[in-house]
Design a protein around this ligand. Structure first.
Ligand code: PAF
Length: 283
């Protein structure tokens, strides 16, 4: 498995693979890889010939210094995990902050057509400017044919699609289903920071989303939102930050249901200082 720390070497490597006629896939990550990431890499390997996995904890997308400092960094374990899938057709790009932001790259300010105004964009100021900056930079450096993103970060997925269209970046964006633990907890690199009690409590998030989906069949978005809010009031180890039912394409909060629109419920919850997000398709 080839591992690169500098963009120039990575570019040269990717160019030589592309010249041999290969389709290049890309899975951007912040490391601390888990089965969810591996499922993205496996899907990428099925759909392309060679997959670049980037591992970079991008400081500009963190709005909390503590979250950035405590974000798990496990490069050696990440590489070992990737090797269990395929050593030949995966390349790893693990740059330093200096390699990415050292020379000319500055955090851009983006207009994502309103997609950034709710949820993660509203509660984590500047988050999507950081995500847009790094993802655009990586797309321009690697020039992949297809890039793979998990639906756990559904808002991010829509924002990346918007970015690609707006800047004509020429990469196909493929969204992949949320990967869950057996008890339903969405896989996340932050899960390793949960205490025993928090970990036991956390499956309540997806269980509540599933019941909310059921209720949304007959009740209004307002009713379901109030119901979810009340459920979390009874939880000792989980604090609800937001629950929102929104249009799956525009992410505009739903006021009145329409038969020909599709909707999704989104949730962010704190377990101590660990922030967990999840979402579910409602119809
Ligand atoms: O989803 C993530 O892990 C990050 O937001 C991404 C896309 C790798 C950008 O840093």
């Amino acid at each position: 498995m080839d591992i690169f720390h500098h963009s120039r070497q990575l570019r040269k490597h990717v160019e030589s693979i592309r010249e041999a006629g290969s389709i290049i896939g890309f899975v951007p990550t912040m490391g601390a890889l888990h089965e969810g990431h591996l499922s993205l890499v496996k899907t990428a390997l099925k759909n392309t010939d060679h997959v670049v996995v980037s591992i970079f904890v991008n400081p500009t997308q963190f709005n909390s210094k503590k979250d950035l400092e405590t974000y798990p960094r496990t490069l050696d374990a990440d590489i070992s995990l990737l090797k269990t899938i395929d050593s030949t057709n995966i390349s790893v790009y693990a740059p330093s902050v200096k390699d990415i932001y050292g020379t000319t790259l500055k955090t851009e300010s983006f207009d994502f057509g309103g997609l950034e105004d709710v949820m993660e964009g509203a509660y984590r100021k500047g988050h999507f400017d950081g995500v847009g900056t790094i993802v655009k930079h990586l797309f321009e450096s690697i020039e992949p044919d297809k890039a793979f993103f998990g639906e756990k970060d559904y808002q991010q997925l829509l924002i990346i699609k918007h970015l690609v269209k707006h800047y004509k970046l020429g990469v196909e964006i493929i969204g992949c289903p949320i990967y869950r633990e057996e008890d339903g907890l969405a896989m996340s690199s932050r899960n390793v920071r949960l205490s025993g009690q928090q970990r036991k409590a956390a499956p309540f998030i997806y269980a509540t989303l599933k019941t909310a989906k059921h209720k949304f069949g007959t009740k209004s978005a307002k009713y379901v939102t109030e119901w979810v809010t009340n459920q979390f009031k009874k939880q000792e180890f989980l604090d609800l930050e937001y629950f929102l039912i929104a249009d799956s394409e525009t992410l505009k909060p739903v006021k009145r249901k329409s038969k020909n629109r599709s909707y999704r419920a989104f949730i962010a919850v704190y377990a101590g200082d660990v922030r967990l997000i999840d979402n579910i398709a409602l119809n």
